[in-house]
Ligand binder design. Structure first.
Ligand SMILES: C[S@@+](CC[C@H](N)C(=O)[O-])C[C@H]1O[C@@H](n2cnc3c(N)ncnc32)[C@H](O)[C@@H]1O
Ligand SMILES: [Zn+2]
Length: 269
């Protein structure tokens, strides 16, 4: 049973033909590829919010090469450690959907998965992976799911809203938060910036009880120019390259790069 809620009034949504509708008759069409657009105009900052098409396509190409499956495996183990039947799981900021799709494959078959992203292009791409996931265009500041309906929220490299997470998770629910540490993709940063700044991670820590928090580091070897460019282009660093540094792009080929992330499991109670 799905837990979709109306983004306007937060009452349950029910499926009626090719739409989802709430008791107040707020109606949302289901797209041909089965995703649902539950993003309200006031929740948009621009006409096409979220990651752009080129960046999403590079992300899709890169992730499908499985270089980052080491990250996926960490998330899967965290969930399996606390797994129980019929879990309801939301992947916040799912992007082009690779991780959500792989979670669906790796977790018990009775798991219900939702993938939510503010980028319509991202969700459209995600919906091509499978129809067995509820793909939602929406804003993490107004999650269109019922109060205390979720067992797990995953958030990989994306913006989150603590209040909404608390509202949507069950009392014994938890969140798997994946964030980048300072050495993450350091080799790109050294190539692009005059000075690599060390940033505090205080602002990305959430005000919940930390059940577990650990760093994961691994150096990966990118086999060719295409994979290297895809990884670079799926990050904001690509868009920060100064004109006078653009020439470094011509020299890129195979590349050794560091994954340096923190995985934190937050519990609500
Ligand atoms: C760095 S990408 C990560 C995507 C995916 N989790 C992954 O690791 O491949 C961040 C994603 O967050 C989405 N995003 C940004 N602001 C958002 C918001 N307010 N609500 C939902 N998604 C948002 C972007 O569109 C983008 O797809
Ligand atoms: Zn409504």
């Amino acid at each position: 049973m799905h837990k979709l809620a109306c983004p306007k009034c937060h009452l349950p949504l029910r499926k009626e033909g090719k739409s989802y509708i709430c008791e107040n008759n707020h109606c949302f069409d289901i797209a041909k590829s089965q995703y649902i657009n539950l993003l309200l105009n006031p929740d948009k900052s621009t006409n096409r919010p979220g990651d752009n098409k080129e960046s999403l396509q590079c992300r899709k190409n890169f992730l499908n090469q499985k270089y980052y499956d080491v990250i996926l495996n960490e998330v899967v183990s965290c969930i399996l450690e606390h797994s129980h039947p019929s879990m309801q799981i939301l992947d916040l900021g799912c992007g082009e959907g690779y991780y959500t799709y792989r979670l669906k494959q790796e977790l018990p078959a009775d798991t219900t998965l939702y993938g939510l992203d503010i980028s319509k292009d991202g969700v459209m791409m995600a919906s091509k992976y499978t129809k067995d996931i509820y793909w939602i265009v929406g804003n993490s500041k107004n999650i269109p799911l019922l109060d205390h309906s979720l067992d797990v929220i995953t958030a990989l490299f994306t913006v989150v809203n603590a209040q909404e997470i608390e509202r949507c998770l069950k009392e014994d629910g938890y969140m798997v938060h994946v964030t980048a540490n300072n050495k993450h993709l350091i080799e790109f940063k050294e190539l692009i910036y005059d000075e690599v700044k060390v940033k505090s991670d205080e602002h990305i820590r959430l005000p919940f009880h930390t059940l577990k928090s650990y760093d994961f580091q691994k150096k990966i070897h990118l086999k060719n120019r295409e994979d290297t460019l895809n990884l670079l282009k799926m990050t904001p660093h690509y868009y920060h390259i100064k004109k006078e540094r653009r020439h470094v792009l011509d020299t890129l080929g195979e590349f050794d790069v560091t994954i340096d992330i923190r995985i934190t499991i937050y519990q609500m109670s």
